[in-house]
Design a protein around this ligand. Structure first.
Ligand SMILES: [Zn+2]
Length: 201
């Protein structure tokens, strides 16, 4: 950076990028009231205790200014207008016995055999009150998910669960793990403005 850094838009972009990076790097913690469950190549135990998920349309940005998922704003969304790819994420709460907190698990809304969602749907019991222990890890670009018998040491802390349920009753929106930006902010990203221009001709 040099002394030419007067442009207010440039400042806005950097601020926005930092916010987005934080949201992405922290797995959503920058914007969300709950952290995103991080599942890497090592197995992570996660307890499903609430079968009420939210379905969230998102776009993925990978420009110099932005990186990560953004919520699609629906009608009038300029990312849709610029023909950015649109996915649906299914987000639901899980209890992580390692961190002793409720986290959000987000998977693609793809139900073909072997997909994360298909595996989870297969494991779920019929009783919504039943808690199910999943052992998840990432294999290549997909997840390997197993059901495990729950040892007492991994049973959710009831206080933590009750706290989450109370928050949800008060209107906690699970979709907020994905940042939403208004069209004016998005138009400040040169790539988006250019693609939009192409789309309009
Ligand atoms: Zn959109």
């Amino acid at each position: 950076m040099n002394n030419q850094n007067h442009n207010p838009h440039e400042v806005n972009l950097l601020d926005m990028r930092r916010e987005l990076d934080q949201a992405q790097d922290a797995g959503g913690e920058g914007n969300a009231p709950l952290p995103l469950a991080k599942v890497g190549s090592n197995p992570v135990p996660l307890v499903m205790f609430d079968y009420r998920a939210v379905s969230v349309p998102v776009h993925h940005l990978k420009s110099a200014q932005y990186r990560g998922f953004l919520r699609c704003s629906g009608t009038g969304c300029i990312l849709c207008a610029a023909q950015y790819g649109r996915w649906t994420k299914v987000v639901f709460p899980v209890y992580n016995p390692l961190t002793i907190r409720v986290e959000l698990l987000a998977v693609d809304d793809q139900r073909d055999p072997g997909s994360a969602l298909a595996q989870i749907l297969e494991i779920l019991g019929n009783d919504p009150a039943e808690m199910v222990l999943l052992l998840m890890r990432q294999v290549n670009f997909n997840f390997a998910i197993m059901e495990k018998k729950m040892p007492s040491s991994m049973r959710p802390d009831q206080q933590v669960i009750d706290h989450f349920k109370a928050e949800r009753e008060r209107g906690l929106d699970l979709a907020s793990i994905y940042p939403q930006m208004d069209n004016e902010q998005l138009m400040n990203v040169p790539e988006i403005a250019m693609l939009l221009e192409l789309g309009n001709e």
